[in-house]
Design a protein around this ligand. Structure first.
Ligand code: TRP
Length: 453
């Protein structure tokens, strides 16, 4: 063993690995995007297609990232360098670091709003507000030049403190606490929602398969959503798996993480739609669903501020376990490649992401006029990362594993050096070689030419 691998921190338990990795996957994407996209695209029919993609394509791609990271024992950039020395494959890792940077900048801005909404719910400041008032409250908050930035910085500091504490004593310790908390909170809110009178229509909106709404676009949405939701395509999982134990069964870990992520996405739908329908409100999507429609519903509900507080804590927890995985991608890269301490790397990464993040936050108000290709700074970061860097990264990862990474290396990682049976290997190989590149290329082309998902 080299000195470096002795010194490298690792996850200490299987539960820790699952909590951290599922924590990365479960995020804002599950809670506000999935339910709406599913409801609009045929409910149960979309759900079936989505689950099929998660298992048939998401899991093999996740296993590929795991195999690269655990073999490389380094950050996303360095791991490619270990497996394919002297080749330029490590540029995929570099692209991942850039994607992490971009996603973190806009994601932390939204996460900052969730902190403000916890405070507002606890202090009953939404009391008596109609939907129109709430819309005004939200629009006033996001254009404010100071408040959102301060909350965003608070969120970045929280993220940095956990990352700074390391893998075992930071990321693992906190995700092991936060993920069960998240499950508990979402179950409480689901029970509240489905027991509301008139909530059944919401469950129908989500689950009743309507195949007439299924088009080619539905398949692309489902695959794109699966990628973002499972945190694939930019090396977050390469970075995490570099801290996995050599005994960890990568295939079963990938299946557990994918199923937990899907379960939370479905529960998010069960939590949101019965309440939306019970109060006769049009389901909306994106920020307005979470920051306007739902607070409106809480105001009409008995103990509304209590449930509102729980909901925004849930969102904050979901976002936090995702942002630590994004920051870790940058920190691992900086500390290992520039050979600086983790502490220094965390400070540099947090400060530089925060600067970009402030621009993203201000692009709703003060910097509204600054646009790039007609998009605000926030939207440019989101678009470039989600629609360009992630699918492109995912494509290169599967091309690498399927065609260039060395069958022996990948097989030896998946089988823990021959100690586990990998009867699934021919299927895995076929998917990674032929199916996944084709499917990902389809979303990519669609995103670029038809303006995204
Ligand atoms: N998966 C998270 C969500 O659903 C977001 C996220 C965290 C992510 N890390 C990522 C997305 C890496 C893509 C790549 O909200």
């Amino acid at each position: 063993m080299t000195k470096e691998s002795v010194l490298r921190d690792n996850f200490g338990s299987r539960f820790g690995i699952i909590a951290a990795t599922a924590g990365s996957a479960v995020g804002l994407g599950n809670i506000w995007k999935f339910p709406y996209v599913a409801g609009e695209n045929g409910g149960g029919a979309f759900l079936l297609i989505y689950l099929f993609f998660v298992l048939a394509i998401g899991v093999p791609v996740m296993m590929s990232e795991f195999a690269i990271g655990r073999r490389g024992q380094k950050n996303a950039y360095g791991s490619f360098g270990v497996i394919a020395p002297g080749k330029r494959w490590n540029l995929i890792g570099l692209m991942g670091v850039v994607a992490a940077f971009f996603i973190l900048a806009f994601y932390s801005s939204v996460a900052g709003w969730t902190l403000q909404y916890i405070v507002s719910s606890v202090s009953h400041s939404f009391a008596g507000q109609s939907i129109a008032d709430l819309e005004n409250t939200f629009n006033t908050l996001i254009v404010n030049p100071i408040k959102p930035v301060v909350w965003q910085l608070v969120f970045m500091v929280l993220t940095a403190l956990i990352v700074l504490a390391g893998i075992k004593k930071g990321i693992e310790k906190y995700t092991k606490l936060l993920m069960p908390l998240l499950l508990l909170l979402i179950i409480v809110l689901c029970i509240r929602s489905v027991t509301l009178e008139g909530g059944k229509a919401g469950l129908e909106f989500l689950f009743k398969p309507d195949f007439s709404k299924v088009t080619a676009k539905t398949f692309l949405y489902a695959l794109g959503q699966a990628f973002f939701s499972l945190s694939l395509g930019m090396g977050a999982l390469i970075t995490y798996s570099s801290y996995f134990s050599k005994k960890e069964n990568l295939a079963s870990t990938a299946v557990s993480v994918a199923l937990s992520d899907s379960l939370i996405a479905i529960l998010a739908g069960v939590m949101i739609f019965p309440a939306v329908f019970a109060f006769g409100i049009e389901p909306t999507c994106g920020p307005s669903l979470v920051f306007i429609t739902l607070p409106g519903i809480f105001q009409q509900m008995f103990w509304g501020d209590f449930f509102g507080t729980i909901f925004f804590i849930l969102l904050t927890v979901a976002a936090l376990t995702s942002t630590i995985s994004l920051l870790e991608v940058v920190v691992a890269f900086l500390s290992e490649e520039l050979k600086i301490s983790r502490k220094k790397a965390t400070v540099i990464a947090t400060l530089s992401v925060s600067v970009l993040g402030i621009f993203a936050s201000l692009s709703f108000g003060t910097l509204k006029g600054v646009t790039i290709f007609g998009k605000s700074i926030f939207d440019v970061l989101d678009y470039t990362a989600s629609n360009v860097l992630l699918p492109l990264g995912g494509l290169f990862i599967v091309l690498f594993v399927g065609w260039f990474g060395g069958k022996k290396i990948i097989k030896s990682e998946l089988s823990n050096e021959g100690t586990l049976r990998v009867r699934y290997y021919p299927y895995f190989n076929f998917i990674v070689k032929f199916i996944a590149p084709f499917a990902i290329a389809a979303i990519f082309i669609y995103c670029i030419f038809w303006g995204g998902l």
